[in-house]
Design a protein around this ligand. Structure first.
Ligand code: DC
Length: 223
């Protein structure tokens, strides 16, 4: 099963943008696994469930229905694609993603989509836990400052009081939590191709991934 491409890496490394363009160029689907954790955090907040209340989170995962339509995500039929893109949900999703009960619940959803093939899946544990059997694993990185700068550019219109320093501090905290948690921490393994995108354009990153793909027959039309 090589038609599953996994891209892992820290917040703000550009995984989402790269995965979306790559998927389009290959004619694959795109799965943003961070959106799944954000959806759980969003729903838990709606229901006043604390991000460390494992039993309530377990029951929540059993009853909530998550679905996708291209790049939109729905919870119980409601489109929450925009609502999950706030700094607050980013922080809550990082907390909730450290709970084993949440990772277990979301594992099945991600695994099923991968088994259908032809997908670019992006997150923190997609190459280590969700689909380790693919030969196409990538780790996308960039310096903390550059990732913070990109995140700041993205958020500054919606949050005019936000500063670059706060964004750096926030990313640093999330990096530490995502890499040090007990369950499926963000980890780079030897079989991943490492790409440092600090000084690269999005197109250069996408081209590097395409050049390194194994066992995927590219359509001659692929740009
Ligand atoms: O990529 P993002 O900022 O949308 O992800 C939101 C949070 O979810 C982030 O703090 C880490 C977590 N996450 C994870 O633990 N595993 C994944 N596969 C994807 C995201």
């Amino acid at each position: 099963m090589n038609d599953v491409i996994t891209i892992d890496g820290p917040s703000g490394a550009g995984k989402g943008t790269v995965a979306r363009i790559l998927a389009k160029r290959l004619g694959f689907r795109y799965l943003d696994t961070g959106a799944l954790y954000r959806a759980v955090a969003w729903k838990a907040r709606e229901e006043n469930i604390s991000m460390d209340d494992d039993e309530s989170l377990r029951l929540l995962l059993q009853r909530m229905k998550i679905s996708f339509d291209n790049e939109r995500i729905f919870v119980d039929g409601r489109d929450i694609s925009l609502e999950i893109r706030t700094a607050e949900i980013g922080e809550l999703s990082s907390q909730v993603s450290a709970r084993e009960v949440v990772r277990k619940g979301l594992y099945e959803i991600q695994r099923k989509i991968c088994l259908e093939g032809k997908v670019v899946i992006e997150g923190r544990d997609t190459g280590t836990c969700i689909f380790p059997e693919t030969s196409n694993k990538f780790f996308l990185d960039a310096s903390l400052e550059e990732r913070a700068r990109r995140r700041f550019e993205e958020l500054k219109h919606k949050h005019p009081n936000l500063t670059l320093e706060e964004t750096i501090a926030d990313l640093k905290k999330r990096d530490e939590r995502d890499s040090s948690r007990t369950h499926s921490p963000l980890k780079r393994t030897d079989d991943m191709i490492y790409i440092d995108s600090t000084n690269m354009s999005i197109e250069e990153v996408v081209d590097t991934i395409i050049k390194n793909l194994k066992g995927i027959r590219l359509d001659p039309e692929t740009p």
